[in-house]
Design a protein around this ligand. Structure first.
Ligand code: HEC
Length: 132
């Protein structure tokens, strides 16, 4: 019993860190233009396969269109969704782009490694924040 309580207490900081928003930047200030590139490139984010943004092809429809997302969500909320959207919606059909462990719904080749690095996440967040 005591041991279980200690385990639960040890896990608390992690739980507190999870949630709707990730306030702390993960790398240097994001560059929206670079982020746009990561957003469309197949070998990087390839977000366009699932999301539509006006003027971009392809315009996927697995996820919601992201026009106006920079007005709907704060930078910290955008960061959380790109890093690991399952912290917001546990059953979201979108891969966690910066979570090393427990990845599911991604091709086996991606298992155990992050899909984007921290700077790419910040760049994408800067791009999304500009979609107003
Ligand atoms: C496999 C398809 C898929 C890919 C690839 C994908 N997403 Fe998503 N995304 C989704 C789905 C589905 C949702 C909606 C989740 C929900 O609300 O249940 C979503 C939600 C979002 C949201 C929240 C939108 C809102 O209005 O709440 C953002 C922001 C987002 N995605 C950004 C990205 C970015 C940036 C990338 C690329 C790095 C990306 N997505 C790649 C499927 C995808």
């Amino acid at each position: 019993m005591k041991q279980a309580a200690a385990l639960i207490l040890a896990a608390l900081p992690v739980l507190a860190a999870a949630g709707d928003a990730l306030e702390a930047p993960l790398a240097a200030a994001g560059d929206a233009q670079r982020g746009r590139g990561v957003f469309v490139q197949r070998e990087q984010g390839h977000c366009v396969i699932c999301h539509a943004v006006a003027g971009m092809v392809p315009a996927g429809n697995v996820g919601p269109a992201l026009d106006g997302v920079g007005a709907r969500l704060t930078v910290a909320q955008l960061r959380q969704r790109v890093v690991d959207i399952t912290q917001v919606k546990p059953d979201a059909a979108m891969p966690a782009f910066l979570r090393r462990d427990g990845l599911n719904r991604v091709a086996a080749a991606y298992a155990g490694r992050t899909l984007l690095d921290a700077q790419q996440v910040e760049d994408i967040v800067a791009f999304l924040a500009g979609l107003k």
